[in-house]
Design a binder for this molecule. Structure first.
Ligand SMILES: Cc1cc2nc3c(=O)[nH]c(=O)nc-3n(C[C@H](O)[C@H](O)[C@H](O)COP(=O)(O)OP(=O)(O)OC[C@H]3O[C@@H](n4cnc5c(N)ncnc54)[C@H](O)[C@@H]3O)c2cc1C
Length: 422
């Protein structure tokens, strides 16, 4: 019997942790999430059910520690040759159960990439923040606060807009940064995050890369206010809200990499965000295959299982060929991030743009395929009992974030066609 494990992966270069990570997360997903996830939509505000499932995965199983160096209680994944490949498997397995849980976990790693990865490990900040994540059995969350009310895409469009629209300011006063501004939508905001990585400017309107600053801010500091979670169409396990910074003071050394390097290595954060997004799509689509396989094998049309009808089989083939290709692309991109010696640095324009191209390809295919799966399932497609419409709602959101499809198109076209004004 063909199963989700038979979709193609580059077996020649999987991480040594792949099998182990995959097994523990799949068991967690099957026992702790899938039986309950239908109730998550109503749990969007309180996280009464969602919270304990996170505690188990992130705190008890220790998945929130993996990026940190081993001697600080982590698993050393941040400085390994498999940071992206192992993360892809992890995110895929979590997303098979719930892609919002996968993004909430992924964003715990997201700002930490700035300080845990070679060649820019910030040992002092690793020592400062590792205990928060490594010395507890409870889930601890981080957030990556980029988006602002005047627009998120412009902030991510680093090559053209160059940080000039960032309105969250960081001013050095003695040995402290004083931060003021307003962010919205970060994953794990809405009162969840304990540690924030904040995109700031040290000079309003500047296009100088040295003025782009990435500064860590513990969420419980005076002057940090988090609003309540927004109610979205899906992704209830990921809380998003407003964060206000009013004269928030942090030590000067809380800046991740320093002038010029914050801007450079933040592009690596973008690359990982796109890699993670593909993994969320891949995981949710693997579960879509499981659901569909059950449905078309056990529903009958003209006395034959649905799958034995030509027109249905054609649609099923369209869907599974996309899943196979999305998975291959996702693992290939993870490999590209893990092997800068072959593919170029994670922060280079080419690497960032290719990640955007693959991310929007995966999202477009998945959203269309979920529509087709729902057509095949007719009323069951819209019935929450089948969980297909859940993946449809969730993956639509993956398509929207990180600058949306247009930024992906712009950066892809810019790379391949050398566009001068986009
Ligand atoms: C579930 C979820 C999780 C999120 N997590 C995070 C997070 O962790 N951190 C964070 O900071 N933000 C996060 N966001 C916010 C998200 O990244 C932004 O919403 C996104 O970047 C788009 O920004 P915007 O909504 O401000 O749209 P805008 O930037 O205002 O864009 C509006 C429209 O203009 C288009 N556009 C923008 N630039 C161009 C261009 N050059 N050419 C053509 N069209 C263009 C956009 O594609 C879009 O269609 C999250 C959002 C969601 C829904």
């Amino acid at each position: 019997m063909y199963s989700i494990d038979d979709f193609t992966r580059p077996k020649a270069y999987l991480s040594p942790m792949d099998e182990y990570l995959g097994k523990i997360v799949r068991k967690w997903a099957d026992e702790e999430v899938i039986p309950y996830r239908r109730q998550y939509d109503e749990d969007w505000e309180e996280h009464r059910l969602i919270g304990p499932a996170f505690d188990k995965l992130m705190g008890e199983l220790g998945i929130q520690r993996v990026l940190f160096p081993e001697d600080l209680g982590g698993w050393g994944l941040g400085h390994s040759n498999y940071t992206a490949g192992a993360s892809f498997r992890l995110f895929e397995e979590v997303a098979r159960a719930d892609s919002a849980m996968a993004v909430a976990l992924g964003v715990v790693y997201w700002p930490m990439l700035m300080i845990c990865c070679e060649p820019h490990v910030n040992r002092r900040l690793c020592e400062e923040f590792a205990p928060m994540f490594c010395d507890t059995e409870k889930a601890v969350f981080a957030a990556n606060a980029m988006t602002e009310p005047q627009g998120g895409a412009d902030i991510e469009n680093l090559d053209i807009v160059k940080g000039s629209t960032i309105r969250t300011t960081a001013v050095l006063e003695g040995d402290e940064w004083v931060i003021n501004g307003h962010k919205l939508w970060p994953t794990n905001s809405g009162g969840v995050a304990n540690l924030l990585g904040v995109v700031c400017t040290t000079k309003l309107g500047s296009t100088d890369p040295r003025d782009f600053a990435f500064i860590f801010v513990p969420a419980d500091l005076p002057g940090v206010t988090q609003g309540g979670a927004y109610q979205k169409s899906g992704m209830a396990a990921d809380k998003n809200g407003d964060i206000w910074f009013e004269n928030v003071r942090v030590p000067a050394y809380y800046r991740a990499c320093g002038p010029g390097d914050d801007n450079k290595y933040f592009r690596e954060v973008i690359s990982f965000g796109n890699m993670g997004s593909i993994a969320f799509v891949s995981g949710a689509m693997l579960n879509t295959f499981e659901i569909l396989k059950n449905f078309v094998g056990n529903r009958y049309y003209r006395g034959r299982p649905l799958k034995e009808n030509d027109a249905v089989a054609g649609v099923l083939a369209d869907i599974v060929k996309d899943i196979d290709i999305i998975r291959i692309i996702g693992y290939q991109y993870a490999r590209m991030l893990d092997r800068p010696d072959c593919y170029g640095a994670r922060w280079e324009e080419e690497t960032v743009a290719k990640g955007r191209a693959y991310k929007y390809f995966a999202c477009d295919r998945a959203v269309e395929d979920l529509g087709k799966a729902m057509n095949l399932m007719e009323v069951c497609g819209s019935d929450r009992d089948w969980d297909i419409e859940k993946h449809w709602r969730d993956l639509k959101i993956v398509q929207l974030w990180m600058g949306g499809k247009q930024l992906c198109q712009v950066e892809t076209a810019r790379l391949f066609f050398d566009c001068q004004t986009l």
